[in-house]
Write a protein that binds this ligand. Sequence first.
Ligand SMILES: [Zn+2]
Length: 211
Amino acid sequence: MRSRLLSGIYNGGIHRLLICSCRSRADLARDVCHPATCLLNNGITVERHDAVRDKLARFIKCMRPNAVVVMEPNQIAGHRQGNPKRPDILVDEGARSYAIDVSIVEPAAQSRMQHATLSSLNTPGGAAIQEEEAKKLEYRGGAHFATLVPFVVESTGRLGPAALAFMNRVSGDAAGKRGKFLLELSVILARAMGRYSVHTRSRLLPTGGNQ
Ligand SMILES: [Zn+2]
C-alpha cells in the first residue's frame, strides 16, 4: 500500500534523512521506488519472481492437466547481452507450445516514467508493455520451438497485454479460478512490497540522523 501511494518506507512526519546504505546511497525521500530496485534487496526480488513463476505453473497445470509443464527448461530461447536466456516455464500442449518468461516491473520507477513513447505516466500498463517489447527483442529468432509469452506483471498487480491474453486463453470460462489466481498473485506482490520497506528501514545509513 505504501508503495502504491508512493509514500516511501515511513509515514509522513519523519524528519530525517533516509539514505540507503547500498552503493547508490539513494535518497529514499526523493526516490521512493528505490527499495524495489536496491541491489541489497535482490533476494526479495528473486523470491518474488520465483513465487509468481511457481504460482503460474501450478495454475496452468490445474487448468491444463494434459499439458506438459516444465520449470526452468534447458532450451536456450534467446540472448541477453550475449548471455543465453532460457524461459521460466515451457508448456507443451501437443498442438502448441509456449515459452513463458515471467517478469515483474515497477511502473513508478523513473526509467519507466521517462520512456519516450510508452511512459507509464501517460500509458496505462506502459511499464508492462515496455518490458514485453524488451523480452521480444531478447527472444527474437530464438524461441522457434514455442510461442513466446512475456508474462509481465506490474508491481501493483496489473498484467501486461500478453500475460492477460495468455491467462484468458488458459482459463477459458473458469473466471472463478482466474480470479483466485489473480488474488493470490496480488498477495505475493503486496508481501514483497512490505518486505522491501522493512528490509530497507533496517539498514538506513546512520548518518541519516535527525535534521
Ligand atoms: Zn539501496
